[in-house]
Design a protein around this ligand. Structure first.
Ligand code: SF4
Length: 239
């Protein structure tokens, strides 16, 4: 489906003007869509996930920001919320690529048909996909129905494709433990890169879910998870 974004129509909820860490090998900026079909209790962008942050940046404003910075910025990270929920995502990617910028997509992997179309149409240059837990542990109320199967399909699409990608898991109990990470490692066996992200307590979507406990993993526990995953993938990072 081709959706035209009308001039002056707000599209994005936010713009982070530069990043050296979100788009591997590039100096980038990050744009944020609002709204998500998951409700991860540890979500670090709760206002965006809830859709409580209004769309206020137009495509024209984004292009006007990027055009004069073509020699400073060489990539745009499209994040959220969940970008694949938005019908205007392909047009946004096309507009960014038209001015010579590379596109990285951050996704929760729940919309494999959207990911597939973006790959087919060569509208993305890099995809970072979150894997929240083992595929058969995706469950209501935080995940959409059928999310586990959808995530597996997105994993397969990226692993079969030709563009760079990474899978990543934020290590938060009870979504992650050693058997869970082993199950994920089996599901992404042969993947080029898998990143285990250290949970940092900030502004959470559902702080009450954790009942005051710290659900994160210590550095030595992260290293143990890395040891479990490393034999299955090309590169396993902890950050
Ligand atoms: S962590 Fe990502 S997938 Fe989960 S609710 Fe937040 S934006 Fe959505």
């Amino acid at each position: 489906m081709c959706v035209q974004v009308r001039d002056g129509q707000p599209l994005l909820a936010g713009l982070q003007k530069n990043t050296l860490i979100d788009f591997p090998g590039r100096v980038g900026c990050v744009v944020f869509f609002t709204g998500c079909n998951f409700a991860c209790p540890y979500c670090h962008n709760p206002e965006l996930a809830r859709g409580a942050w209004p769309q206020r940046i137009t495509l024209r404003e984004l292009i006007d920001f990027l055009q004069p910075r073509r020699h400073l910025i060489d990539g745009v990270v499209i994040s959220g919320g969940e970008p694949t929920l938005h019908p205007a995502l392909p047009e946004l990617c096309r507009a960014i690529r038209r001015i010579g910028q590379a596109v990285k997509l951050d996704t929760n992997g729940s919309r494999p048909a959207v990911v597939e179309k973006l790959l087919q149409d060569r509208l993305v240059d890099y995809v970072a996909m979150d894997i929240k837990t083992a595929p058969d542990h995706y469950a209501s109320p935080w995940a959409a129905p059928g999310a586990g199967a959808a995530v597996v399909e997105s994993m397969r699409l990226l692993m079969r494709g030709t563009i760079p990608y990474e899978f990543r898991t934020t290590c938060v109990r009870p979504f992650v433990d050693t058997p869970t990470v082993a199950a994920i490692a089996g599901a992404v066996k042969g993947a080029r890169r898998y990143t285990l992200q250290t949970f940092r307590t900030v502004d959470l979507l559902h702080p009450g879910f954790f009942d005051g406990a710290d659900p994160g993993f210590s550095p030595s526990e992260m290293a143990e998870l890395q040891r479990v995953v490393a034999p299955f993938v090309g590169e396993c990072l902890v950050r």
